[in-house]
Design a binder for this molecule. Structure first.
Ligand code: ARG
Ligand code: ASP
Length: 686
């Protein structure tokens, strides 16, 4: 009983006061937070962050590509994002003769800036709470149509709190975006997958682009006549550095959090989905790494694939560990019990938790099949290629793309494709799918074919050696329809069709479940009235704030907030790919020749590299501006620490830290490694 009471008190304390640092706030409502922000060192006003009518910091922030953030740093549309966000653009522009990934790229004048076909930059024009308009009967379609002003803008409605509120977001999408500068990967990706999600960190994770517009400063398709876009607002840059305790703010587009879900959802993520996904990826990564170790060309061809498979793989492991260490499931159960006691006397809410529980029971098996399929059959490269090829061929027939487009795509795919890796992975993943999927969804044709061949290995051998699709040869002589790979793909049509019912960001967003979260969120606001509710991340613009600070990593081991060039030199090792730095950087260090970029850290002169802060961030916040109390840029956000990886589900302010590259390191690399100091002339350094 005493224990129960104790748990209850703990729970109440832990859940009813949102500590500073937690939260991803809607910019248009930031005035509700400004008092607290000021107490932490913020010096500006709410409408300096967001305003519908005057230029504000929001005009300097953009969504970069589909899933990252970037920020303007000059009146001429120059912008910063992460190296890992610019990576695929840099790769697309690279060739063996011009290997910008390895050696970096620095445009010496605007005429050398390289257009990136397909890359877009999205700026928020305004946002509006339209909950009342929708309730009054306006349709989403009419609200969007009105906001788009005959094609001038792109508008979108996003629901917050599982649909309790609706927000309209009006955007401008720019399509002429050019690469201006990128450090060599040995700086921009320093530490590679080894250091990913880890502190201490020494990655110069930045790249530089420029947005171009037409003569009216409006978005336009690429044209040599376009001119640099003049943003309404750009960031001034502080070179004064950061101290422990300084206020910091992150302005960006976080993608996916689920802070309000019930214990059943956490149980599903931590104990059902994550273990399956981690196991399947462990073996895939092993197969790829082994092949990479044997062949340098394979190492390069599979570098980006390996990095992206490994990124989530590593994060899920940290997430499951973190959720178990924080006892998130038990804490949520206590919270739910406590809620139920109150809800019993509220007829409209009394049944919600039971209904949610039933809904999870019904939805989880199907949702799991979708996740299992994506991580198994759906991760076989030949499977995906064949699906895309058939779609591509249909688009050629319909005239949406040219045969040349399709051929280019195939050439690109084949350039980085290794059939023996894919076969080994296919064999493993087919077996795992069969072992883990419910019997009634496993295609009987698949089982019969394997039976026929004797083993999965022999089956895989037979489809890969009989297909004619896995080449970049002209398609004219090939019959896609009757190819064995198309037959294989077709066996899964029913599974794929059924999975469409489950294509939502999280299990909790499947309508059958989400419908119950709407009244649940409503009830929580009434019951847990001291809690400050921020809507879960959904790739809409948010503000997080906190302070520059280290953390206790384990008992007795404090991780300080700042890393320096000395730490890069300590990790430097020409034998280890991830830690092999440019000779130039070694030379600068051995001469101690830092010029204006040298600063004293703990009594020695060095160059600051990365720093930690307590801002609540998520995937999508990569590239976000890190801003000081005066609204100046002090860094670029790019990661979280190992012990923060559960923060999409439970944010623990004592330990969750975001990792940023210090703007002074960015400037140092531009100036001293890129020899592109002229770029600094268009920035406003303070
Ligand atoms: N963990 C960071 C994020 O989730 C950085 C990923 C890029 N770096 C890498 N080594 N894969 O996106
Ligand atoms: N690295 C992430 C990103 O690319 C940021 C994070 O998950 O903290 O958006």
């Amino acid at each position: 009983m005493i224990k129960k009471l104790f748990v209850c008190i703990l729970v109440c304390v832990a859940f009813t006061t949102v500590m500073a640092d937690e939260g991803m706030w809607l910019p248009s409502r930031i005035k509700e937070r400004v008092k607290e922000m000021r107490s932490l060192g913020f010096k500006l006003k709410a409408d300096d962050i967001y305003s519908d009518t005057k230029a504000s910091l929001k005009d300097a922030v953009m969504q970069f590509g589909g899933g990252c953030t970037g920020e303007f740093i000059s009146p001429e549309g120059l912008l910063l994002t992460n190296h890992h966000c610019g990576y695929s653009s840099i790769q697309k522009l690279s060739s063996v003769e011009h290997d910008y990934l390895t050696y970096g790229y620095w445009a010496k004048s605007k005429s050398e800036e390289l257009p990136v076909p397909g890359l877009t930059i999205t700026l928020l024009v305004r946002m509006e709470d339209i909950t009342d308009r929708v309730a009054a009967g306006e349709t989403n379609a009419s609200i969007v149509a009105e906001a788009e002003e005959n094609g001038r803008y792109t508008a979108q409605i996003n629901s917050m709190y599982y649909g309790l509120q609706q927000y309209l977001f009006v955007y401008q999408v720019f399509k002429d975006v050019r690469l201006v500068g990128a450090p060599p990967s040995s700086i921009g990706k320093f530490g590679g997958d080894t250091d990913n999600w880890i502190w201490p960190r020494h990655t110069g994770d930045f790249s530089i682009f420029r947005v171009y517009a037409n003569a009216d400063n409006e978005p336009a398709e690429y044209s040599a006549d376009n001119v640099p876009y003049r943003p309404k607002r750009f960031f001034e840059i502080s070179t004064k550095g950061v101290e422990e305790g300084d206020f910091t703010m992150i302005y960006g587009f976080p993608g996916n959090t689920q802070e309000y879900v019930t214990s059943d959802a956490v149980e599903y993520v931590a104990n059902v989905a994550n273990p399956m996904k981690i196991e399947l990826r462990t073996k895939r990564l092993e197969i790829i790494s082994e092949a990479q170790a044997k062949d340098a060309a394979v190492r390069i061809a599979y570098a980006a694939k390996h990095a992206s498979i490994a990124n989530s793989w590593k994060k899920w492991q940290g997430e499951s560990l973190g959720l178990s260490r924080l006892n998130t499931i038990e804490k949520k159960q206590d919270y739910e019990n406590y809620f139920s006691m109150w809800a019993q006397s509220q007829p409209q809410y009394a049944h919600i938790l039971d209904s949610l529980r039933v809904a999870y029971k019904r939805v989880a098996p199907g949702y799991f099949v979708r996740e299992l399929f994506n991580e198994s059959i759906g991760s076989i490269e030949a499977y995906n290629y064949t699906v895309n090829l058939a779609n591509g061929a249909a688009m050629v027939d319909a005239g949406t793309i040219t045969a040349g487009n399709l051929l280019n795509w195939r050439v690109n795919f084949m350039k980085d494709y290794n059939v023996s890796i894919d076969k080994a992975i296919a064999q493993y993943l087919i077996d795992e799918f069969i072992a883990r999927a419910p019997k009634d969804i496993i295609p009987s044709e698949l089982l019969a074919a394997i039976d026929n061949c004797g083993t999965t290995e022999a089956f895989v051998d037979s489809i890969y050696s009989n297909t004619h699709l896995l080449t970049a040869e002209p398609l004219s002589s090939v019959d896609i329809q009757n190819d064995i790979m198309t037959t294989f793909v077709g066996w899964f049509n029913n599974v794929v069709k059924n999975n469409r019912k489950y294509v939502y960001r999280n299990i909790s967003n499947v309508p059958e479940i989400e419908n119950w979260y709407r009244p649940y969120m409503q009830a929580l606001r009434e019951w847990d009235s001291n809690r400050a509710f921020y809507p879960d991340a959904n790739f809409t613009l948010r503000v997080s704030y906190g302070t520059v600070t280290g953390y206790e990593n384990v008992d007795g081991e404090y991780h300080t907030h700042l890393t320096t060039l000395d730490g890069i030199i300590a990790k430097d090792n020409p034998e280890i790919y991830d830690y092999n730095i440019p000779q130039e950087l070694r030379d600068i260090h051995s001469r101690g020749d830092y010029g204006r970029w040298g600063v004293k850290v703990n009594g020695r002169t060095t160059v600051p590299v990365c720093f930690l802060a307590s801002n609540h961030t998520s995937g999508g916040n990569s590239g976000s501006p890190v801003i000081n109390g005066r609204g100046e840029l002090i860094g670029i956000n790019f990661d979280r620490t190992w012990r923060s990886t559960m923060s999409d589900i439970e944010f623990d302010p004592t330990i969750c830290r975001n990792i940023s590259v210090d703007i002074r390191y960015v400037l140092f690399v531009i100036d001293r490694i890129g020899k592109a100091g002229y770029l600094l002339n268009e920035m406003n350094l303070k």
